[in-house]
Design a protein around this ligand. Structure first.
Ligand SMILES: Nc1nc2c(ncn2[C@@H]2O[C@H](COP(=O)(O)OP(=O)(O)O)[C@@H](O)[C@H]2O)c(=O)[nH]1
Ligand SMILES: [Mg+2]
Length: 239
């Protein structure tokens, strides 16, 4: 599913269409999050070009990424036969073909439940991220890894896929506490599932170090959001 808020200007329709045409098993669920621009007409026009492989859900009111990701994933669980369901930022900061590489990892490892894109700056990778966001992201991920007692590197990348297990629904069922760091809530919910019903988190969650990621202009996240994210962390872990 693709969360879309005020994406009319930056949505790369051709990239979605080309990807759908070369991957007949993919189905896009675009969810408009109460955009104030004409995102909905852009999405409808895009969807008309790949009608069998896309669905557009529209909301009048803005809920934040967490709300529409939840809506789109629950729609996919309930209405589509997909064995693997994911969410992917509309700006294609992570290129769509990366989802195929992530899928191969999921398919090759039976214990895995979820694959998260991770933006790790290693030689030979192209991770084009603004320095201040990189460092704030490192501080944030370190706080999360201490709280979760799980050595996770990047919780916030907008490219994540999940195996349809009988318990997948329970990770998305309840509304998220946070508008932005619901990714952390997904992991926290996974870790709270009854003992024995899941593999240990280090066998179930795989961080896939991305070959390419680029900070696409037009991000609506502001520096103050870092502090909101810390406050949300507190709310998640005291709930
Ligand atoms: N900023 C923002 N993005 C939203 C909202 N609802 C859904 N999204 C989507 O969430 C994704 C990430 O947004 P973006 O601004 O690129 O954030 P960034 O990449 O973390 O800087 C995009 O696909 C947005 O369209 C919302 O209320 N605000
Ligand atoms: Mg972005």
């Amino acid at each position: 599913m693709i969360p879309c808020y005020n994406e009319a200007a930056r949505l790369q329709g051709d990239a979605f269409i080309d990807f759908a045409r070369s991957n007949p098993n993919i189905h896009f669920v675009f969810v408009n999050d109460g955009s104030r621009d004409n995102t909905i007409s852009v999405l409808n026009a895009l969807s008309n070009q790949i009608p069998e492989q896309s669905t557009v859900l529209d909301n009048d009111v803005n809920q934040g990424k967490a709300g529409v990701v939840r809506q789109g994933v629950l729609y996919a669980i309930d209405k589509l036969p997909a064995e693997v369901i994911g969410f992917w930022d509309a700006d294609l900061a992570t290129p769509l073909p990366t989802s195929i590489d992530m899928l191969q990892v999921l398919e090759a490892n039976d214990t895995l439940w979820m694959i998260f894109g991770a933006r790790v700056q290693l030689l030979g990778r192209h991770i084009d991220r603004k320095p201040h966001r990189h460092y704030l992201g490192r501080v944030f991920a370190t706080c999360v890894s201490i709280l979760l007692k799980l050595p996770i590197y990047d919780t916030q990348c907008g490219a994540k896929i999940f195996r349809r297990t009988p318990l997948l629904r329970s990770l998305f069922e309840e509304p998220f506490v946070s508008r932005w760091i619901f990714d952390v809530e997904i992991i926290a919910r996974f870790m709270r599932l009854p003992a024995g019903s899941t593999p240990p988190p280090e066998d179930a969650i795989y961080e896939y170090d991305l070959m390419r990621w680029k900070d696409v202009d037009g991000s609506k996240v502001k520096p103050l959001d870092f502090f909101k994210a810390l406050a949300d962390l507190y709310r998640i872990f005291t709930k």
